[in-house]
Design a protein around this ligand. Structure first.
Ligand code: 0A1
Ligand code: ZN
Length: 855
């Protein structure tokens, strides 16, 4: 990467000054907001010597700058100001600045901006520099006192409220924090209020602030918040540390949510939920994101990152914690399967393409481009492996040490690994490669069996391969925890789950004293983020699908079978095998199994997943064929299940009041799977009736999708629109589902029709993603041979970039899979990337992404 704007981890130096205290005063106006800042600096003993003071600042109109009360000259550039060491008299010294900014003109949704008449902020990663001149780097931690003045009823900032009157409020945050955790909200908002008493007896006020009219969509978020607070006390011994915890819902937000200290700001999609407007998946997502942001209070806020290269320190750990939490609240098996599905769909895809990067990268151009599946989800997997290697008890000890040793500090991955080394006496040098080397390891498995009268020996040989990734041609062997169990041919478990530690390129593990040749269940619970490269006879997969005691691997057996069957249908035009269909039927109708698990097992591999699988096995995927074959397989499964479908559909109806809890949600998911099958076989009658009778969004949206997928549902689509036309979040679903489920040859046209509507507002990231994100998620439509999908996406990214570079850059990752496809498609995608790169005034965000994908 030779971009002159590149930042390197190796160049890290501490900031020359400490900043114990900050006072900010905001006088809000949509077009002109005044920000007065008073920063108290002291020399930083970690950087001795005389230093100029450099402060970041972008798009600020400087009105005045004073050091110790006297105006000073400051050298202005488009990235900040420099005050000469000669003008920095005294130790400590005070810098006072006043700037003017324009929140109404801010469409990038970074810094201070407006959403529906409400003021709000987003400062991670480097947005605070768009609010005032400041050392905008996470290792500068300061106490903030904030005064907000505006003629609005609700004025919020971080910390505890310390005073208010008509048109003003003051907040004081006693906990030192980096600027990226600063937040301010002002608007006409109403609160859903509650409270929580911590383990040590501190009463905390809890509020979810929303626009008037959304009050009835807050109850679930509040339940999730209280559950998260008590879970973190119980499981990690972490209490909340302020008198108040505020959450605010905003409609215009680039990501899911943000963990600002004491004032979490949420994309309204990630917090609002009511039975009539949110699906079961939405409820689960809200629960997980509320937990995620709350857990950041300790992993991210109290202990933050020294620099942005350490992003996975807070994100990997916090994702790991929210996954644990969701597993505890719901089903561990189902949660694990869902997490692995997402990991493979997003992280493996990233790791195997031109955007592959390490969990801790060592350079970047735009840090916003590194809020990725690799940093988040693979970052969480790495922690899961660490825990499996050291054991639960040592994990708990290491975390206690982490919290005591680093509380109040900005830490690194080295610090994190050191607490594990110190508690376990393990040397984690080799393990650290998981943080520094990109790419998904591939694991080959060889088996040997030598029978003997007194008990035979089964030997498992594991070989790892660590493929090259951009900028990293060679890699070392990883430490890979491989959880293995052995089953007898009669289905009994003869060797319970054992964790093998693979540390060499090739290593053998022997199991002795076995009466018969066992069947191995390998990589149980998906114990490491690797690709298992293994030819297994279909009969053995079917056996594991029926008997494995590890629920993840039981599901995995069905999944692998489905992929093999589908791959053969695509490449050889074969018919689906009876053994697979029988296996699906056995799972579908097994009343001893959790309905949620059954519904997951019935879900066929996605088209993008199949494209990746085919590419990896040396085929060039043809999106149109994949689409047709997958439909044919879905139909074949429905035919095999046919006799039982009406009974299953009836049995999975959930009577009575709606509960978003996992048990009912699982039944609804399985019922929808049954309805989908019935629709494939018999047409729309059953789904139409279920749509008409639906009493919640899961049922109405689920049945609508089933109908659209079958090429039906025009009437239901219109009814849905008529009912929800003024509801932004529900209408996002309406937009998205039409694009996701349109036939490949109609996808571009559908996008064209929807983007021409007056309610398609490209400035709203949720709406933009609803349409263009759905385009990229419709595999056969996006990759249509005409190139229309590629052109459409590139057109819209070029149009969005000047308004919202962050979202444009994020969505450009749809192009990252180009190396999988045929020469025509490769050529077309590369041409679109080149066209993007040539757009005048392209943002740093999008140019970095397009550049990395092209080279
Ligand atoms: N830290 C947040 C994610 C986040 C990152 C960047 C944002 O704006 C650029 C917003 C949110 C989280 O992990 O939830
Ligand atoms: Zn996070």
């Amino acid at each position: 990467m030779s971009d002159p704007r590149t930042v390197y981890l190796a160049d890290y130096q501490p900031f020359p000054f400490l900043l114990p205290q900050v006072r900010l005063e905001f006088t809000l106006g949509p077009k002109a907001t005044r920000v007065r800042a008073r920063l108290e600096f002291m020399p930083n003993p970690a950087r001795p010597g005389r230093h100029d003071l450099f402060l970041h600042g972008e798009n600020l109109r400087l009105i005045s700058a004073k050091v110790n009360g006297t105006s000073v000259h400051s050298e202005l550039s488009d990235i900040g100001i420099t005050i000469s060491a000669n003008d920095l008299s005294g130790d400590p010294f005070t810098l006072e600045t006043e700037v003017e900014i324009s929140p109404a003109a801010n469409t990038a949704l970074e810094g201070l901006y407006m959403s529906n008449g409400m003021y709000c902020t987003q400062c991670e990663a480097e947005g605070f520099r768009k609010i005032t001149y400041y050392p905008d780097r996470p290792d500068v931690m300061a106490r903030f006192h904030v005064r907000v003045a505006a003629d609005l009823p609700v004025l919020l900032s971080n910390g505890n409220p310390v005073g208010s009157g008509p048109g003003w409020a003051e907040w004081d945050d006693p906990w030192p924090k980096p600027a990226y955790l600063f937040a301010l909200v002002a608007g006409d908002l109403v609160a859903h209020a509650d409270s929580f008493t911590t383990l040590s007896g501190r009463k905390v006020d809890l509020n979810i602030w929303v626009r008037p009219g959304d009050e009835n969509r807050c109850a679930w978020g509040m339940e999730a918040l209280k559950a998260s607070m008590s879970w973190d006390e119980r499981v990690y011994g972490r209490e909340y540390d302020l008198d108040i915890f505020n959450i605010v819902a905003v409609d215009d937000f680039n990501m899911g949510a943000m963990e600002n200290k004491g004032l979490n700001i949420f994309n309204s999609k990630a917090v609002l939920a009511s039975p009539d407007t949110a699906t079961d998946d939405d409820f689960a997502r809200v629960e997980a994101i509320i937990a995620h942001e709350y857990f950041h209070n300790w992993t991210g806020n109290r202990i933050t990152c020294r620099d942005w290269f350490q992003l996975c320190l807070k994100e990997g750990l916090t994702v790991y914690r929210d996954q644990q939490f969701s597993g505890d609240m719901r089903s561990h098996a189902v949660k694990r399967i869902e997490d692995v599905l997402a990991l493979r769909a997003r992280q493996f895809r990233e790791d195997q393409g031109p955007l592959a990067h390490a969990v801790r990268p060592d350079s970047f151009v735009e840090i916003n481009n590194f809020y990725t599946a690799t940093v988040y989800e693979k970052g969480a997997e790495v922690i899961g492996m660490l825990r499996r290697l050291v054991g639960d008890e040592a994990y708990a000890q290491a975390l206690d040490l982490y919290f005591t040793r680093h509380d109040g500090h900005a830490a690194t991955i080295e610090d994190w690994l050191k607490v594990f080394e110190d508690t376990t006496d393990r040397d984690l040098t080799q393990f650290k490669r998981w943080y520094t080397e990109a790419g998904t390891p591939r694991l080959k498995v060889y088996e040997a069996w030598s029978p003997a009268a007194q008990g035979g020996t089964y030997t498992l040989t594991l070989a790892q391969e660590n493929p090259a990734t951009p900028g990293q041609p060679e890699k070392g062997a990883k430490v890979i925890p491989v959880a293995v169990g052995l089953l007898n041919p009669n289905g009994d478990e003869v060797v319970p789950t054992t964790v093998l530690e693979l540390i060499k390129p090739v290593q053998s593990f022997a199991f002795e004293g076995l009466a018969a040749r066992p069947i191995a269940s390998i990589l149980r619970d998906f114990s490491a983020p690797v690709v298992l490269d293994r030819e297994v006879p279909a009969a053995e997969r079917a056996f594991l699908l029926a008997h494995d005691t590890d629920p993840f691997n039981r599901w995995e057996a069905g999944r692998s079978l489905a992929k093999e069957v589908l791959a053969r249908m695509i490449t050889q035009g074969t018919k689906p095998q009876a053994a697979f269909l029988d296996g699906m039927a056995a799972i579908a109708f097994d009343e001893g199994l959790d309905p949620a698990f059954r519904a997951l097992a019935l879900r066929l591999p996605g088209e993008d997943d199949m494209a990746a699988t085919l590419h990896q096995s040396g085929h060039t995927p043809d999106p149109a064929r994949i689409h047709i074959a997958r439909k044919a397989l879905a139909r074949a499964v429905a035919e095999r299940l046919a006799p039982g479908l009406p009974g299953l559909e009836a049995a999975m109806r959930v009577p009575g009041a709606f509960s978003p809890q996992a048990a009912d949600a699982g039944k609804r998911a399985l019922r929808l799977a049954a309805l989908a099958g019935l629709t494939r076989l018999n047409g729309g009658a059953a789904a139409q009736a279920a749509f008409a009778d639906a009493t919640n969004m899961t049922e109405s949206f689920g049945t609508l999708a089933i109908l659209l997928e079958a090429g039906l549902g025009e009437r239901e689509l219109a009814a849905f629109e008529a009912k929800w036309r003024t509801d932004r979040l529900v209408m996002d679903k309406w937009f998205a589902v039409q694009v996701s489920l349109s036939a490949p040859e109609e996808t571009a046209q559908t996008v064209g029709r929807l983007t021409a509507r007056p309610d398609f507002d490209m400035k709203n990231p949720n709406r933009f993603r609803a349409v263009l994100g759905a385009l990229t998620g419709n595999h056969a439509g996006f990759h249509h041979a005409s190139g229309s999908g590629y052109r459409l996406l590139a057109d819209w990214l070029i149009r969005l970039d000047p308004l919202n570079p962050q979202t444009a850059a994020r969505m450009s990752t749809a192009f990252e899979t180009w190396p999988r496809y045929d020469a025509d498609r490769q050529g077309m995608i590369r041409a679109e990337l080149a066209r993007i790169l040539a757009a005048p005034g392209l943002s740093r965000d999008l140019s970095e992404m397009a550049g990395r994908m092209l080279h």
